[in-house]
Structure formats: structure tokens, C-alpha cells
Design a protein around this ligand. Structure first.
Ligand code: ASP
Length: 171
């Protein structure tokens, strides 16, 4: 086995110990009322070659239904994939739940299924969502080195405001 592959394999478990995450999430609602989501990611640090993260999987890292709303994720992609996180958030919005509560509910559901993320202070998962009316919500599992913020711009002339994202776990 080549040195590079051996090193990667030794790092495999560090998915859950590395607080680096960098998926850029974007949700847009245009003047005609059409919605779109987009995500861009280099994937988790130390991933094995060939790993497919949540970002390219519709329903996991992002999902958009033009009748309802859109949602995007950053953090441990495996959690978003196993729980169809973005799809689940949009489905809660379809049921009439506002975007912030939809994000909270799905993060709570995932934490209940994967309680190990509660005690691992490197584990992170964060969501942002917008509904057809332009209401926005977000949540992150925990504060880390940087506080999660999203930029919110309404109209074409207003400068975007930075909104701090509340965390599920206080510490
Ligand atoms: N969600 C990405 C992945 O699992 C990682 C990230 O957000 O940086 O590939």
C-alpha cells in the first residue's frame, strides 16, 4: 500500500474529530417567485478517494421544491445522507412548519438517532432553509472555532446582512 493511501486510511475516523467544514450553501428566490438551491464543497478533510459526500446528492446536501422551499446542509455529510436531511426539511415546510423550526426539528431528529454527536465537540451539522414566501431559518449543532452566520440579501440594492445562527447545543 502506498504511503499516501496508508495515511488516508489512518485518518478515516477523523471525520468525526475534525471541525473543518466548508460547504457553501446558497438559496435564491427571484422576483418571479422561483426558488433554487446550490451547494459547493471540497468534502470533508482526510476523506478517502472516491468518497461521495452529501453535496452532490439531491435530497441529502440540498433539495429544492419550487412549490414549497429549499434547504442546504454543511458538516458531516454522512449524517445528511443517512437522514435525507435537506429533503426532510423541505417536507416539514410542505407540512406548514416555518423554515427555522423545520431545520431545528430535523437536526433534533438526527441527533436522537446519532447521540454520539452530542458528546463529540468536533462533530458539526448545520442547515439553512427558505420557504416560498422568502422566510429564512437556520440551525447549527454547536459553536466551534467560528460562529455560523449566513448572509441575507433582499432585493438588488440592499447590502446583505449577516445573521448569526443559533446552535442546538449551547457549548
Ligand atoms: N458536507 C461536506 C461533506 O460531507 C463537508 C463540508 O461541509 O465541508 O462532504
Amino acid at each position: 500500500m502506498c504511503i499516501g493511501l496508508r495515511w488516508q486510511k489512518s485518518k478515516r475516523d477523523s471525520f468525526w474529530r475534525d471541525d473543518h467544514h466548508d460547504t457553501v450553501c446558497c438559496i435564491g428566490l427571484d422576483a418571479k417567485g422561483d426558488l433554487a438551491t446550490a451547494v459547493s464543497s471540497s468534502g470533508l478533510n482526510n476523506k478517502l478517494s472516491g468518497r461521495l459526500g452529501d453535496s452532490p446528492l439531491i435530497g441529502a446536501g440540498s433539495y429544492c421544491d419550487n412549490d414549497v422551499g429549499g434547504a442546504c446542509c454543511t458538516g458531516i455529510g454522512e449524517l445528511a445522507i443517512k437522514n435525507a436531511a435537506a429533503f426532510a426539511i423541505v417536507e416539514r415546510m410542505r407540512a406548514g412548519v416555518d423554515p427555522k423550526r423545520a431545520c431545528d426539528e430535523i437536526l433534533q431528529r438526527i441527533v436522537k438517532k446519532h447521540p454520539e454527536v452530542k458528546t463529540n465537540d468536533k462533530a458539526q451539522l448545520a442547515f439553512i432553509a427558505m420557504n416560498k414566501a422568502g422566510a429564512v431559518g437556520a440551525v447549527a449543532l454547536r459553536k466551534q472555532k467560528t460562529v455560523f452566520r449566513y448572509a441575507l440579501a433582499r432585493g438588488t440594492s440592499a447590502a446583505p446582512s449577516l445573521v448569526e445562527v443559533k446552535t442546538l447545543i449551547a457549548s
